[in-house]
Design a protein around this ligand. Sequence first.
Ligand code: ZN
Length: 146
Amino acid sequence: MKNSNFKEKAFRLLQQSVYRTQRFMQGRNGTDFLSKDLYRLALILFVISLFIRNAVLSGIVTVLMAYVLFRTLSKNLGARQRENALYCEKRRIFLSKAAFEKRKWDDRKTYRYYVCPSCGRKLRVPKGRGKIEVHCPCGNSFDRKS
Ligand SMILES: [Zn+2]
């Protein structure tokens, strides 16, 4: 009997603290992609700083953590959402460029990539065919060595 009473109290206490935390976070930004990635970066730098004792690195970790905390607790939702949207867009562009560079590297023995001088589109042509005329879907064609 005594044991179940203790469990009940502990559960109620836990419920209360969850409820209080939820109320505290109401109207605040919480965690978003930008905060999560900054937190991961801070964590990586923190682990590095354990091996390389450097005041500047420790300072960067502290500032990053403070900024993550500020963004999470911020009530200026408009500004935080704009920052997050800008970050997500830059991240998307970076990842698509990185994926393209990886594909170029994987194909390096069988394909060559050229940029159309007229529209800027990236074109892939098979390697080792000598001098060829490259046709772009925009209608432009140009001579290149493959
Ligand atoms: Zn073109």
